[in-house]
Ligand binder design. Sequence first.
Ligand code: URP
Ligand code: ZN
Ligand code: ZN
Length: 473
Amino acid sequence: MTLLIKGGTLVTAGETFQADLLVEGEQIALIGADLQAPPGAGVIDARGRLVMPGGVDVHVHLDLPMFGTVSSDDHYTGHKAAAFGGTTTVIDFISQDHPSLRACVEAWHARVGGKAAVDYGFHMNITRLYEHTLDELPILLEEGITSIKVFTAYNNRLRLPDGDIFRVMRAARKLGLLTLLHAENGDVIEVLVAEALEAGNTTPEWHARTRPAWGAVEAVLRGAALSAQTGAPLYVVHMNAAGEVDQLAYALKQGLAVMGETCPQYLCFTDEKLSEPDGAKWVCSPPLRGAADRKRLWQGLADGTIQVVATDHCPFFFDGTRPIDYEGVPVAIPGKELGEGNFTRIPNGLPGVGDRLPILWTRGVGSGILTPNQFVALTATNPARIFGLYPRKGALVPGADADILLWDPHKRLTYGVAHARHRTDYNLYEGWELTGYPEKVFLRGQLIVDGERWLGRRGQGTFLRRKPFAEVL
Ligand code: URP
Ligand code: ZN
Ligand code: ZN
């Protein structure tokens, strides 16, 4: 299949220019002025449109069992929602459900089960050090998995003691694996949660009140210190607090190999949402913070302290007793109602994989905080570089996969659950007025989204084996 995308404005992380783009098979073959369509080629008129690399969302949780239910998007529905929002690559997290890392990886491939509709990779959660776990880390390289996540919170479930995080990072450095850090203070959270429940404080705002920002701030500095002491690069996920950005900036000033990610929910909302009647919709970990935090996160994106905008997409139904229609079939999955009367039982997580690009465009580029080039860097190029996918992903260059967005910067719409395509019954941005939206989305040269039409299919997505010793930005 040969395709000429003609007359568009190409936007990359570094520049903006008029050019035509020729796709041959699954890859970009040529970029240049006034390219002629080879005989038999399809031609797409891209005049008035921006041509950008497909989004790369390096933080999603699909079909993840937790809180006695499961995140409501699986590796088909979540991929489809990603595609509608302009994202063509996602990276999901493997739970350490088995003592053997190989068994964990195989179990996650089985969960995907041929459903993938966009390209995808895996990170490995390391939540327990068995005697053999560190020796098994090379298995991850063999499996094309080059990043691991560790937690300083979720006591008795996911948290590793600091000494174990130190040991993991030391081993990771030697292998070229990148360590991702969930930064909160698990011990303080444990005390505050017990006290809140004891006092009968069970409503959703107590979720945020029992997970203080200072715990996140000191855990980022702790992570940076461990990075310094092991020489291992560190990537802080879902940054949410102003002080976290300050700590990252401090660590960068010391010359440390630290990087960070934030998510649209932390850029767009505050913890006041948790006090509203539907507060459970906003329960995620780490929690939403205050207005000053939101401002500092935007600043961190604009000045380069934070390199990536991902989503932490981990959706649940607000009312999982009432089915929604999904591709003509009624679907209901237990969700936030499980936490009625006890905030600790509300499944933690928010929908977002399809919202990321349109929301960041309107709020970031539309308001002048970010340039279109920064938008591409934060949503596609930087994550591809940091996670060993560049230049196959996140780039408009000959030889790259033809994951391409035709973006209509003038398209106006009132956004909400109907546009987002997540398999859940609500959307965080319901009723928001957006300007700028993906019009066509190509995955390796195949048109998978054409306006409102879904042309993708299950099984079209391929597993991405990633490179170790990837870039530190
Ligand atoms: O609330 C969230 N973010 N759930 C997903 C798990 C995590 O820590 O990223
Ligand atoms: Zn996390
Ligand atoms: Zn997460």
